[in-house]
Design a binder for this molecule. Structure first.
Ligand code: MRU
Length: 337
């Protein structure tokens, strides 16, 4: 079982380079952007050519390989800082960078391997492990869906956001493959529209029965008894089980509590940040006002209006029915170690 949607592909060769599907242009155009150096990788993460917590971790890992290949080991710290400054909320970015730094720290040239080759192997492993973890999360979640279900999801957490298959959308895929999905409700995910643009595209591509709704319709369909469960991804899980995810996630969790609908979070272990005690300590990325005042380049709000645009919110762990990882399903009180 392998999703054909991946956000990044490797052009092997010497030197190698990476290509990323431009997620800013989907679904209207399928354009691959070539990154031949670490600066281009950092720019692709920052401008959201590639996005989704695990996917940006994978991209950063390849960025480090390219940095060391071009500039040598001594310049590593400055390129680590560059990559780490691209987006603040997803812990996978920092997790992947740390993993690559450990390879450099533990590298012993006496073993006869080339450092760049060793780093490339590590980046490939991070990529492949993420896909495998997603498949495993899909298996873990099947016990939760014993009857055909209508699952609501938010943002894009599919192959595009990961090393393939997906976290929350990967679980939706698994439930579908097991014959237990009636349909997935896709929140459009204002203002960046990852649901309408990317999740809808993935579902159509894979023949997953799906209905697109705007975010403010979720409560309406819950009230009508048409949502059996909500599954979202996450950019960072704090040690107490609070989760940061795409703006609008918290509202869904509160709605679920009122309507007694299970609210699940799909999180590979790489997204669990045991060093951050509680969700209020997670840095929330603040994005441009233009993403609210404009749609597809067209202004929709009056010039001069004050705008706020936090890209993520924090949902308290107590509102989360279960955190589905590749190692099992955690529930409150959360103990991840
Ligand atoms: O701003 P984005 O599109 O990078 O945000 C993505 C999300 O919020 C996802 O839900 C999260 O990264 C989990 S993806 C597997």
């Amino acid at each position: 079982m392998k999703s054909d949607v991946v956000p990044i592909r490797i052009l092997e060769g010497s030197p190698f380079s990476v290509e990323m599907i431009d997620q800013k242009k989907l679904p209207l155009e399928e354009v691959w952007v070539k990154c031949e150096n670490v600066n281009e990788v950092a720019a692709a993460i920052k401008t959201m050519v590639i996005r989704g917590a695990p996917a940006i971790g994978i991209a950063a890992a390849y960025g480090i390989v390219l940095a060391v290949a071009e500039h040598g080991e001594d310049a590593l710290e400055s390129y680590v800082s560059l990559l780490a400054s691209t987006r603040p909320t997803a812990v996978n970015l920092f997790w992947a960078i740390d993993r690559m730094k450990k390879v450099v720290a533990n590298f012993d040239p006496a073993e006869g391997q080339d450092l760049v080759e060793r780093l490339k192997v590590e980046a490939d492993t991070i990529f492949e492990e993420d896909r495998q973890n997603n498949l495993e999360m899909g298996k873990q979640a099947l016990s939760l869906f014993r009857t055909p279900s209508r699952i609501l999801t938010h943002c894009n957490t599919g192959g595009l956001a990961t090393g393939g298959f997906g976290t929350a959308l990967g679980i939706v895929r698994s439930v579908h493959h097991a014959g237990m999905l009636k349909k997935v409700w896709i929140d459009e995910t204002r203002p960046y529209l990852q649901g309408a643009r990317l999740t809808a595209w993935e579902c159509l591509k894979d023949g997953i029965p799906a209905t697109l709704i705007s975010d403010n319709m979720a409560g309406h369909f819950m009230q009508k008894g048409q949502v059996d469960a909500v599954i979202v991804g996450t950019d960072r899980v704090a040690a107490n089980g609070d989760i940061a995810n795409k703006i609008g996630t918290y509202s869904l969790a509160v709605l679920c509590k009122f309507h007694k609908i299970p609210f699940y979070v799909a999180a590979p272990i790489s997204t669990i940040d045991s060093d951050t005690a509680t969700g209020d300590l997670i840095e929330i990325e603040q994005r441009s006002a233009d993403e609210l005042t404009h749609i597809a380049g067209q202004r929709i709000a009056p010039v001069g209006i004050d705008v706020l645009h936090p890209a993520f919110d924090v949902t308290p762990g107590e509102l989360v029915t279960g955190i589905i990882s590749e190692k099992g399903i955690f529930s409150s009180p959360y103990h991840f170690t």
